[in-house]
Design a protein around this ligand. Structure first.
Ligand code: FES
Length: 103
């Protein structure tokens, strides 16, 4: 069984590159499987907004927001490069900046 896709996502700051598995459906899947902490209070249902990340590179390959993400983006005024990790598909060449946690 082939488990790896050969696609990587680069997460900033460290740990850096994470290899995408064929089992991953969204950016959040890749991060969590790779041990990269991204909050996901609603469990990836697109209702909490805690998985918001910034796309530093590759936004042009990502495609438009789905209906769930588009509704939240409009309500909360997300910038075009701010995407929900749980609603964003995986494409090659992504570099993602994790949001700083507010203390
Ligand atoms: S995990 Fe809640 S919106 Fe993505």
């Amino acid at each position: 069984m082939k488990a790896k896709s050969g696609i990587y996502i680069n997460f900033l700051p460290a740990p850096g590159e994470a290899m995408v598995s064929h089992k991953d459906h969204c950016i959040l899947d890749v991060a969590l499987r790779s041990g990269i902490p991204i909050d996901h209070t609603c469990g990836g249902n697109g209702t909490c907004g805690t998985c918001l990340v910034e796309i530093v590179q590759g936004l042009e390959n990502l495609g438009p927001r789905n209906e769930v993400e588009a509704e939240m983006a409009e309500d909360r005024g997300f910038e075009s490069h701010e995407r929900l990790a749980c609603q964003s598909a995986i494409v090659d060449g992504l570099t993602i900046q994790l949001k700083q946690k507010k203390t």
